[in-house]
Write a protein that binds this ligand. Structure first.
Ligand code: NAG
Ligand code: NAG
Length: 606
C-alpha cells in the first residue's frame, strides 16, 4: 500500500507537470531553490532537482547539521526552500527554536540565525498519515514567516494550505487544490498576509511621555484618551490596517528600558525583545545599539537630543554704575579730569586778567570741572577769552560724555545682568553641574570618538527621576539630556513665568535621531506597516497632532503656573536695591573721605 502510494506521489509530484514544479515556475521563477529530503524521499528529490535542472537547485539531505550551518541559509535576493517530508521531526525541531536566543547571552556575541524569514517555504507532506499541516503552522519560526505553503496529498488530489498570521492561535488557511495536473482555483499562493488584519488585537507597549504620549484621565485616574503624535499614529495604523489595539503600560521608571549585564532588558525594550508585545511606541530613537535586538519601522519623526540647563543667575549689581563705560573710558575720563583742573587753574593764575577769584584755587578748579561733568551749574564764569574757549570746548566734551553715560546707565539698570549662559558642550562640562539622563544616552555617548562626549558619558548619572528633575535644573544644580521636543514642552508649559523661562536648552545639541516604532526582531509586521506609516507621515497630520497635544499639556499646567507667575514677573518692574547699591557705595565713599579730611583739618589746626 505504502509503496503503491509513494509511486503515485513520485509520478504526480515531481514530474515537470507536477505541483511543485508548477509552483516554482509560476511564482518563484527568479529564486534560488534549495531542496531538503529525507531517507524515504531521496528519489523524489533527485527527480525534482532534475526537472529544475536549467535553473539549478541545491540539494541537501535533511539533518540538524545541515540546518545549523550558515551556508544553508545564505541569502540571495530571493530564496525558496522545498522540504520533502515523510516524517519531518528534524524540521519540526528546527523550526521551533528562536535562534537569536538559543545560546546563553555573551556580550558582543551575535548568535547565528539559522532561518531565513524572507524566504519562500514549500513543504510537501509525502506521508500524510504521519504528518499533518497542523503540526507545522504553529511552530515559532513559521509563525514569523509570511511565505509558507503546505502540500497535503489526498487520494486523488493535493490540497495546498498556508497559515493565517492574523490570529493569535495558529489557523490553517485553504488556498487551492491540485487536481488532474492543474490548480483548481488558481488563487494567488503567496498573497500578502497583512493587508487587512480583520480586527486582530495587537499588543502595543507604551508609557506616558509628553508630547509623544499624553494621557487624559478621569477623576479615578483611568485613562480616557491618549493624545500625542505616537498615539495618533498607532490609532491611524489601526484604522488603515483594521486591527484593534491592546495597550500595555510600561513602568514609568523603566521607560525605554536598560540592558542588564545578562543580556535581558527592562521597560519598553523588554516587551518587544521578549516578544510579549507586538509593537513598542514612545518616541523611540533609532540607534545601532538596539537595532541588533529589535526591528525598527520606517521612521516617522526626527529629533535632536539636547541638554537643558538652568538659566543664568543675575550677577551681583553693585557694579552697575560702573558698567556703562569700559575701563579704558573710565581711565581716560580720570586723566582728563586730572589734567583739566590744573590747566584751568594755571590759565587763570598766569593770565592775571580780571576774573572770578575762585579760579585761582586749585580745588575750586577741580570742583568746577566736576560740575561740568555732572551738569551742575556754578555761578562763576571765566572772563578771559582763552579760558572761555577752553571751557567752551570742555563743556561740549562733558555734554557728550554725560549723555552717553546716562543713556547707557538706564539700559544697564533696566536689564538684569546675567552670568554667561551654557551654550556648548564644553561649557557644560566645565560648569560643574551634575548631569543626568536615561541610560540610552550613556550608551550613545560611550560609542563616540569625541573626547568631550566621552567625558559627558563618564559624568552622566542614569538614575534620574524624570518627575523631579526639572525642579533640580531650575534650582541650578542639574543639567539633563533628553529629546528637544520634550524639553521645549516642559520649559514652555511648566517653567515659563510670564515670558521668563527658568530653564534653558543649550544651543549645542548632541546628534539628531529618527523616531520609529520598535517591533520584535524579524517580525513579519515590520515591512507591512511601512506603507500605512508613510501614508500617515505624508498626510501632514503630525504637525496638527503636535499642536493639539502641546495645547493640552499647557492647559494642564496653566493653573499651577499662574500662581507663581504673578510674583515672579514683578521682578523687572521697579529698580530694587540690588540695582542701585553701587550708587550708595559711592556716596558712602564720599562721606568717608570727607570725614577723614574734616578730622585731619581739625587736628592740624590745633
Ligand atoms: C475589518 O475587519 C472586520 C472583521 O473581519 C471586517 O468585518 C471589516 O469589514 C473590516 N473592515 C475593513 C475596513 O476592511
Ligand atoms: C537578568 O538580570 C536581571 C537583573 O539583574 C534579572 O531581573 C533578570 O531576571 C535576569 N534575566 C535572566 C534571563 O537571567
Amino acid at each position: 500500500m505504502w509503496t503503491c502510494f509513494l509511486f503515485f506521489i513520485l509520478q504526480g509530484w515531481v514530474s515537470e507537470k507536477g505541483p511543485l514544479s508548477a509552483i516554482i515556475e509560476e511564482n518563484l521563477y527568479l529564486c534560488t531553490v534549495t531542496i531538503f529530503y529525507e531517507a524515504d524521499t531521496t528519489e523524489m528529490a533527485l527527480r525534482l532537482s532534475g526537472t529544475l535542472r536549467e535553473r539549478g537547485s541545491k540539494l541537501y539531505r535533511l539533518s540538524s547539521g545541515v540546518l545549523e550551518q550558515m551556508s544553508t541559509w545564505r541569502r540571495s535576493p530571493c530564496d525558496a526552500y522545498v522540504f520533502l517530508l515523510a516524517k519531518g521531526e528534524i524540521l519540526i525541531k528546527h523550526a521551533s527554536v528562536n535562534y537569536l536566543r538559543a545560546t546563553p547571552y555573551r556580550q558582543g556575541y551575535k548568535p547565528p540565525l539559522f532561518w531565513n524569514y524572507d524566504a519562500y517555504y514549500i513543504i510537501a507532506l509525502i506521508d500524510p498519515s504521519s504528518l499533518n499541516p497542523r503540526d507545522l503552522i504553529g511552530l515559532y519560526n513559521f509563525r514569523k514567516t509570511q511565505n509558507f505553503l503546505v502540500l497535503q496529498p489526498m487520494k486523488s488530489h493535493i490540497l495546498i494550505w498556508t497559515h493565517s498570521l492574523i490570529s493569535k492561535i495558529p489557523v490553517l488557511e485553504f488556498l487551492d487544490s491540485w487536481v488532474n495536473g492543474s490548480f483548481l482555483n488558481r488563487n494567488r499562493l503567496f498573497a500578502k498576509k497583512f493587508e487587512d488584519f480583520q480586527r486582530m488585537p495587537l499588543r502595543v507597549a507604551t508609557f506616558e511621555f509628553a508630547p509623544s504620549v499624553v494621557y487624559a484621565r478621569d477623576e479615578s485616574g483611568r485613562i480616557v484618551t491618549r493624545l500625542g503624535v505616537d498615539m495618533e499614529i498607532i490609532q491611524g495604523l489601526a484604522v488603515i490596517k483594521n486591527f484593534t489595539v491592546e495597550f500595555v503600560e510600561v513602568s514609568y521608571e523603566e521607560k525605554w528600558g536598560t540592558k542588564y549585564p545578562n543580556g535581558s532588558w527592562d521597560g519598553l525594550m523588554r516587551e518587544v525583545y521578549d516578544e510579549i508585545s507586538d509593537i513598542g511606541v514612545c518616541n523611540v530613537f533609532i540607534d545601532d545599539f538596539r537595532w541588533t535586538e529589535t526591528d525598527y519601522s520606517y521612521p516617522y519623526n526626527f529629533m535632536p537630543g539636547c541638554f537643558v540647563t538652568p538659566t543664568p543667575k543675575p550677577l551681583s549689581n553693585w557694579q552697575s554704575p560702573l558698567l556703562p563705560f569700559s575701563w579704558n573710558t573710565w581711565v581716560s575720563i580720570g586723566i582728563s579730569l586730572l589734567v583739566g583742573g590744573p590747566i584751568l587753574y594755571f590759565m587763570s593764575v598766569l593770565y592775571k586778567a580780571p576774573g572770578p577769584r575762585e579760579f585761582r584755587s586749585l580745588s575750586y578748579s577741580y570742583l568746577y570741572f566736576m560740575a561740568a561733568l555732572t551738569t551742575r551749574p556754578l555761578d562763576a564764569v571765566p572772563v578771559s577769552l582763552p579760558t572761555r574757549i577752553y571751557m567752551g570746548f570742555f563743556w561740549i566734551y562733558c555734554l557728550i560724555i554725560t549723555t552717553g553715560y546716562s543713556a547707557n546707565l538706564i539700559a544697564f539698570l533696566s536689564v538684569t545682568q546675567k552670568a554667561p549662559p551654557i551654550d556648548t558642550l564644553d561649557q557644560l562640562i566645565k560648569s560643574g553641574l551634575k548631569l543626568g539622563g536615561h541610560s540610552f544616552w550613556k550608551t550613545q555617548f560611550e560609542i563616540s570618538t569625541d573626547p568631550r562626549i566621552l567625558k559627558l558619558a563618564s559624568l552622566l548619572d542614569t538614575n534620574v527621576d524624570y518627575l523631579g528633575v526639572f525642579k533640580a535644573v531650575e534650582a541650578g544644580k542639574f543639567a539633563f539630556v533628553e529629546n528637544k521636543q520634550y524639553l521645549e514642552l516642559n520649559r514652555d508649559a511648566r517653567f515659563t513665568y510670564g515670558d521668563r523661562p527658568t530653564i534653558r536648552i543649550a544651543r549645542e545639541c548632541y546628534l539628531s535621531y529618527n523616531v520609529a516604532l520598535i517591533l520584535p526582531r524579524n517580525s513579519p509586521l515590520t515591512d507591512n506597516l511601512t506603507n500605512a506609516l508613510l501614508r500617515i507621515f505624508e498626510s501632514g497630520m503630525m504637525t496638527k497632532w503636535q499642536a493639539e497635544v502641546t495645547k493640552h499639556f499647557r492647559e494642564k499646567y496653566a493653573a499651577e503656573r499662574s500662581k507663581v507667575s504673578t510674583e515672579a514677573t514683578d521682578i523687572n518692574q521697579a529698580l530694587n536695591l540690588g540695582h542701585v547699591q553701587g550708587v550708595f557705595y559711592i556716596m558712602g565713599l564720599g562721606y568717608v573721605v570727607a570725614t577723614v579730611l574734616f578730622v585731619y583739618e581739625r587736628l592740624s589746626k590745633k
